[in-house]
Write a protein that binds this ligand. Structure first.
Ligand SMILES: Nc1ncnc2c1ncn2[C@@H]1O[C@H](COP(=O)(O)OP(=O)(O)O)[C@@H](O)[C@H]1O
Ligand SMILES: [Mg+2]
Length: 387
């Protein structure tokens, strides 16, 4: 079935490396555009794998499964940045991959990522690679406390980060990341006392066309995103500055696809780049209902080198609140009846089979005449969902 569809003009089977919620929402956007999807993920019944007959649950580390997946798709994108570069090169030897392996190499290691931005003249918090405990101690003397120790690779939702507040914590934090089998490459960076955390999504296609989304505020507790407010309540000048920086960041890594650029707005109104995500980003889930073209649709348009859609919001305010797991157990909440009493909100449940404390299980979006009105509505509805 997949083969016969290829006779139709334009790419028709989009391959996605990864089967989580970002892939699921990419699938939803793809189907609306008449594009089929193939999903590869290790393990059956992933949120996105469940949406297509072209599900490859053997995962990309199984070479034969990877080749079967590649045979089934025309063009490939990804939903996570942790895929081994050697796998990405195999993908590229057979199909077009966006973002390409070269972009991914720059992004996958937070040290190379920050170094690339710094070399492009973009501001990032002061940072350095940390090879051993002595270097960490020297860093603490130069930049004082607190500061943040980060694993260079495979960090997400704060797993991989530790804030160090005093001398006593240096060795414990270092040892935590250097346990025999899990010795990790690290960097340290100055702790930024920010006013707000901001994020800007940028879509860029192969021809270099760019679509930038409104600058939003992201609210993190314990390094996990809890809510997004769109647009951020900041001056037009700062908002424009954030958008310009985000575009320059994407260009500096020659990014094609959709990119979430995480930023710090400092107390003296400077903008520093925290990091870039080379895929749909949690800060952009609100775009599904709030913008003419969602981040997922523009990701697909970008990787297929189609003209990009408008990032304009259809209402003055929008907000998204994450539904985070509160326990270990079933991924299905118990009291949806209560949730559905809330009007004018959208519920997304990712269909993850297992919940975990802090795991992203779904989200709620609301629109409003102001960002605050939308936030209050989304928050009230989100609070009624209980696992
Ligand atoms: N240098 C820093 N100063 C202050 N807060 C930080 C710093 N780095 C990270 N954080 C906080 O931790 C969160 C997660 O860190 P980040 O580096 O983005 O890791 P992850 O890859 O887990 O998203 C950030 O969104 C921010 O709230
Ligand atoms: Mg982050």
């Amino acid at each position: 079935m997949l083969k016969s569809l290829r006779n139709i003009e334009s790419p028709v089977v989009l391959g996605i490396l990864g089967g989580g919620q970002l892939a699921k929402m990419l699938c939803q956007a793809a189907y609306r555009l008449g594009i089929n999807v193939a999903v590869i993920e290790s393990g059956a019944n992933s949120p996105a794998g469940d949406m297509t007959k072209a599900d490859f649950p053997g995962g990309w580390n199984d070479d034969a499964e990877l080749h079967r997946f590649l045979d089934a798709c025309d063009i490939v994108t990804l939903e996570n940045e942790f895929i081994d570069p050697s796998v990405l090169e195999i993908v590229e030897s057979k199909r077009k991959l966006f973002p390409c392996s070269q972009t991914m190499r720059l992004v996958q290691d937070k040290f190379h990522q920050k170094d690339t931005f710094r070399k492009a003249g973009l501001s990032v918090p002061d940072f350095d690679a940390i090879e051993d405990l002595n270097k960490l101690i020297r860093f603490s003397r130069e930049f004082s406390f607190p500061f943040v120790l980060k694993a260079r690779t495979h960090g997400y939702d704060g797993y991989g980060n530790a804030t160090i507040f005093n001398e006593d914590e240096i060795e414990t934090s270092w040892n935590f990341f250097q346990k025999n089998q899990t010795k990790r490459e690290m960097l340290a960076e100055r702790f930024i006392k920010f006013q707000k955390e901001l994020a800007v999504l940028v879509a860029r296609n192969e021809s270099g066309e760019i679509m930038v989304y409104p600058c939003v505020e992201t609210i993190q507790y314990r390094h996990i995103c809890h809510a997004v407010i769109a647009p951020a309540e900041i001056s037009n000048e700062i908002s424009k500055m954030a958008q310009d920086i985000a575009v320059a960041a994407v260009e500096s890594i020659n990014g094609v696809g959709i990119f979430g650029v995480e930023l710090f707005l400092t107390e003296d109104n400077k903008i520093l780049i925290n990091e870039i995500a080379p895929r749909p980003h949690n800060s952009g889930h609100y775009t599904i209902e709030a913008c003419y073209t969602s981040q997922f649709e523009n990701c697909i348009r970008a990787v297929c080198n189609l003209p990009l859609g408008s990032s304009k919001m259809i209402k003055p305010g929008a907000a998204m609140v994450n539904l985070l797991g509160t326990r270990d157990g079933s991924g299905v909440p118990t009291n949806l009846t209560e949730f559905f009493r809330h009007r004018e909100v959208w519920l997304h449940l990712y269909n993850k089979k297992q919940s975990r404390n802090g795991r992203k299980m779904g989200h709620v979006t609301a629109l409003g005449d102001s960002p605050n009105e939308a936030f209050n509505r989304a928050r009230a509805a989100a609070e009624s969902v209980i696992w």
